[in-house]
Design a protein around this ligand. Structure first.
Ligand code: SF4
Length: 377
């Protein structure tokens, strides 16, 4: 079995106004304790395994993993290599905020084996960055890209946020132009989500801040697919675009339902049959480890029907779509019938397309993906 490893680093030095992730204020004293916790979790996870698990992707996500000093990150990676069979060409990604990348830290990350950086850029416009509470600026983005290039990082993703306050069609198109000029190898385009409570959703509700109209955002998303393609970035998932050979191996595992082992606060895991998650509260996480228990909060085994629903709503996220013939090998016609009928109906409305036995979302279907996926869960 080949797996990925996800390591959650929950610390942040700021509170972005649109954030609804599990984060913990950055404090250098807690970093060492947290790192020791991750090392213990790795030991507990592997101590009774009969054989070592093969690993071909490791992903540090957050929070802000680039707040982690290079030495701490190296120790975590060394523990992974000591307890798992980490392949020589393992993709090792680290999420980074532009204002946190120094020359020394980037050098240590590179030496420890990190070969992919995912930068939370969000926008190249200082006023837009300020209004959503980001600490970096246009200049600090360029400075950090320069540092990364000097350290021979060639595989760099950036996240962009569509639909934020002050954004205009012109400023968005300029963001896309900057992506190609700056030479990133991968782009993730996310739409601002104000459904969950956060500072920005409160400000939009009370009218003190406004965001672009939904129709404008939808039009810009469709335009983005074509503009990025013209710059050499092919869409391969609803939010993800890559130059040739630069798709994110780790994230493909989630959409293809491959195993991923999560370590750290609030991390999620999938072993091919069940999903489980770690505690979201730091005290509970440390208490379990102090008692030499894995800090697992809940676990859910997936029945055959639930696995099928996942195959559909995760597979349809990708441009490669879902192979219906393959499903027919594993499922009875009765299990598939309702799903197939729904997909045919969405096909009539132009949201889904069938090509032989492959079914996939159209660009308009990607815009409505949440509504379409509700049919499967
Ligand atoms: S850096 Fe990311 S995780 Fe941290 S507060 Fe901002 S959006 Fe949230």
């Amino acid at each position: 079995m080949i797996s990925g490893i996800y390591i959650h680093i929950p610390f942040c030095s700021q509170n972005c106004k649109y954030c609804h992730f599990v984060t913990v204020p950055y404090d250098h004293k807690i970093i060492r304790k947290y790192q020791a916790g991750i090392l213990k979790e790795i030991t507990l996870y592997t101590e009774f395994l009969e054989e070592r698990i093969q690993i071909d992707s490791i992903y540090f996500g957050g929070g802000t993993p680039s707040l982690l000093p290079g030495e701490n990150l190296a120790e975590i990676l060394n523990a992974c290599r000591d307890h798992f069979n980490v392949s020589g060409d393992c993709e090792i990604s680290l999420e980074a905020n532009p204002d946190t990348l120094t020359d020394r830290k980037s050098s240590l990350y590179r030496k420890s084996g990190v070969n992919r950086i995912s930068m939370g850029v969000q926008s190249f416009h200082d006023r837009e960055l300020e209004v959503i509470g980001r600490l970096h600026t246009f200049d600090s983005i360029l400075k950090s890209v320069k540092i990364l290039r000097k350290k021979e990082f060639t595989n760099i993703n950036l996240d962009l946020l569509l639909g934020i306050p002050l954004q205009t069609p012109g400023s968005w198109r300029e963001n896309l132009r900057r992506v190609s000029e700056t030479g990133f190898s991968h782009v993730s385009v996310y739409m601002l989500d104000l459904d969950e409570p956060c500072q920005l959703s409160a400000a939009v509700s009370d009218g003190s801040v406004s965001v672009p109209e939904d129709d404008t955002v939808a039009g810009l998303y469709l335009e983005t697919i074509d503009i990025l393609a013209s710059y050499g970035y092919q869409q391969y998932e609803i939010s993800n675009f890559a130059q040739t050979g630069r798709k994110c191996r780790h994230n493909l595992k989630y959409w293809r339902r491959k195993p991923v082992i999560g370590f750290g606060l609030a991390s999620h895991s999938f072993d091919g049959y069940s999903r489980y998650a770690n505690f979201r509260i730091m005290d509970q996480y440390f208490k379990a480890l102090d008692e030499s228990r894995l800090p697992i909060d809940w676990r859910k085994s997936l029945g055959k029907k639930e696995a099928l629903a996942e195959m559909l709503f995760l597979g349809l996220r990708m441009n490669e779509g879902v192979q219906w013939d393959k499903l027919r090998h594993n499922y009875r016609e009765d299990d598939l019938k309702d799903f197939e009928n729904s997909l045919r109906e969405f096909g009539d409305k132009g949201f889904v397309e069938w090509e032989g036995s492959t079914v996939r979302l159209t660009a308009n279907g990607m815009l409505l993906s949440n509504e379409i996926f509700q049919q499967f869960v």
